[in-house]
Design a protein around this ligand. Structure first.
Ligand SMILES: Cc1cc2nc3c(=O)[nH]c(=O)nc-3n(C[C@H](O)[C@H](O)[C@H](O)COP(=O)(O)OP(=O)(O)OC[C@H]3O[C@@H](n4cnc5c(N)ncnc54)[C@H](O)[C@@H]3O)c2cc1C
Ligand SMILES: NC(=O)C1=CN([C@@H]2O[C@H](COP(=O)(O)OP(=O)(O)OC[C@H]3O[C@@H](n4cnc5c(N)ncnc54)[C@H](O)[C@@H]3O)[C@@H](O)[C@H]2O)C=CC1
Length: 444
């Protein structure tokens, strides 16, 4: 019986384990995870802190017990310390000091990502928080009960930072959101969209400090102030949310790495070494919008890559369809969604790119309960192929974005969307859909 070892059992690892255990009975399956819990939905952190959900119970969908009921052996609080890829041996050590030496036939690395911590003075002061793990969320919730914490500074206005700025504001704290770039969510939206999110944040009382670089944090035993190149802000708590880097410690020097350190994998999630797979935040993705390898750390990518590796390591050939980085955010009910490249990113990458923009009411004007919707379709003027799409509305427009995700995956041109069969029902939309109208505006 061949043995499969999975290192890391969070979103990617759990998806691989479930795929193997549900579909293949003739393998011995072992997993190691250094944490005390698995499958924590990080996205729930902001909802929990923001009191939009009662507690963390629903933020987990798997456990050691559930996986062991399916026949796996799961070692929790046990870190893999090294791997001998030549002899195919994994060395691990539990928090209780127990050591493990296990051979493998196939290995799946699902070691995820690590928060980027800026090397600045004051980063070790009390109440300077990272926000990745369930334990981080528990820590923050506990500390927020301290009435003396009034001012919260969030460093990084990406997805986590913006969501947590809302959460702390909902808790009743004064919030300053800092980013070194002159807007929020710059990696995912053009300014025509990020301006809408800035407005939403300011309207709800979040103080914005964009285009400012944090230089240090000050305080006696706990943080009291945060100093940027332009201002000093009072801060009783600082949240560091400036991005993640792939956790490649176990493969550095042995497996081929991408420019940011992620394990390079093919469409079967196989690394540069046969029988060694990598999935989730520690691995690259095939990015359909640029038709090459990229790094896009998302739970949705983690799960799909786990499924692909799960089948391939059991000798069922399955290829990833690639990704386009589809993502969404909802801040005080203002929804923004994007997939593929922004216009700014497309131009920076050398595409002869243009954008087709449109704004309209979602439904016919005679429907009282109505919302505005705004859309941008980014396309290559030469090939006419859709490179990206961005949408914003108070309405749930998520199904529209999925369509653009498929369009990028299948390299559809913007001209194919102009007369696309889009249904009409006044409860949902208008006879002339904003999607088709935007495409029809695409310059020749
Ligand atoms: C606050 C927050 C909100 C988020 N919201 C969203 C969202 O709304 N949508 C979305 O798509 N994505 C979201 N993400 C991103 C998403 O959580 C990650 O993309 C996802 O967790 C990646 O899963 P993973 O299993 O690849 O890696 P990770 O979740 O990082 O898990 C890696 C696992 O490997 C274990 N591990 C690492 N090294 C070792 C070792 N040497 N030995 C044993 N075990 C090891 C760790 O303990 C961990 O359990 C969010 C992330 C955060 C932090
Ligand atoms: N809704 C969703 O899909 C969500 C997805 N995620 C994913 O989790 C991962 C981590 O999210 P984030 O940490 O928000 O990363 P991010 O990459 O989305 O944002 C990091 C932000 O920090 C800023 N920054 C970088 N260095 C800085 C510095 N020294 N000082 C000030 N600002 C600095 C960047 O300009 C950027 O705006 C991302 O891959 C994200 O896509 C996270 C939350 C929600």
């Amino acid at each position: 019986m061949s043995r499969i070892i999975v290192v890391g059992a969070n979103h990617a690892g759990t998806a691989a384990l479930n795929t193997i255990l549900d579909n293949y009975k003739d393998h011995e399956v072992i997993a190691f995870d250094a944490n005390t819990n698995i499958s924590f939905l990080g996205c729930g952190m902001a909802l929990w802190i923001g009191k939009q959900i009662a507690g963390p119970e629903g933020l987990f969908y798997s456990t050691k017990e559930k996986l062991e009921d399916k026949g796996a052996r799961i070692y929790m609080e046990t870190a893999v310390e090294s791997i001998d890829y030549d002899k195919k041996i994994v060395y691990a050590k539990g928090v209780d000091g127990t050591e493990y030496k296990k051979t493998y036939d196939k290995l799946i690395l699902a070691t995820g990502s690590l928060p980027i911590v800026p090397d600045i003075e004051g980063k070790d002061l009390k109440n300077v928080q990272l926000v990745k793990l369930y334990q981080n969320a528990q820590d923050v919730i506990e500390k927020l009960k301290d009435e003396s914490i009034h001012e919260v500074a969030v460093v990084g206005a990406g997805y986590i930072g913006v969501e947590l700025a809302e959460a702390f504001k909902r808790w009743g704290k004064n919030v300053t959101l800092i980013d070194c770039v002159d807007t929020c969510l710059a990696g995912y939206y053009d300014t025509e969209f990020t301006d809408g999110m800035k407005e939403q944040l300011q309207k709800n009382g979040v103080k914005l400090a964009f285009g400012e670089t944090v230089q240090k944090m000050e305080g006696k035993d706990r943080v009291e102030r945060i100093v940027t190149d332009k201002n000093t802000y009072k801060a009783d708590m600082v949240i560091l949310a400036i991005g993640f880097k792939p956790n490649n410690k176990l493969g550095e020097g042995k497996l081929k790495l991408f420019r940011n350190g992620a394990f390079i994998v093919d469409k079967q999630q196989q690394t540069s070494l046969p029988d060694v797979y990598a999935i989730g935040d520690c691995a690259t993705v095939y990015d359909n919008s640029v038709q090459e390898l990229n790094y896009i750390a998302l739970a949705s990518n983690a799960v799909r890559s786990g499924i692909v590796a799960g089948h391939n390591c059991c000798d069922t050939k399955l290829e990833s369809e690639g990704v386009q980085g589809s993502n969404g955010i909802s801040i005080w009910g203002y929804n923004m969604l994007s997939t593929g490249l922004t216009l700014a990113k497309a131009k920076k990458l050398g595409f002869d790119a243009a954008a087709a923009d449109y704004e309209d009411l979602q439904k016919p004007a005679f429907i009282e309960k109505n919302n505005k919707v705004k859309i941008r379709i980014v396309f290559d003027k030469k090939t006419r192929i859709i490179l990206g799409a961005q949408m914003a509305s108070d309405y749930d427009i998520s199904m529209g974005l999925h369509m653009f995700s498929l369009a990028i995956q299948e390299q559809v041109t913007i001209d194919k969307i102009k007369l696309l069969d889009l249904f009409f029902l006044p409860h949902f939309n208008q006879p002339y859909s904003y999607i088709a109208l935007a495409a029809q505006k695409a310059e020749k």
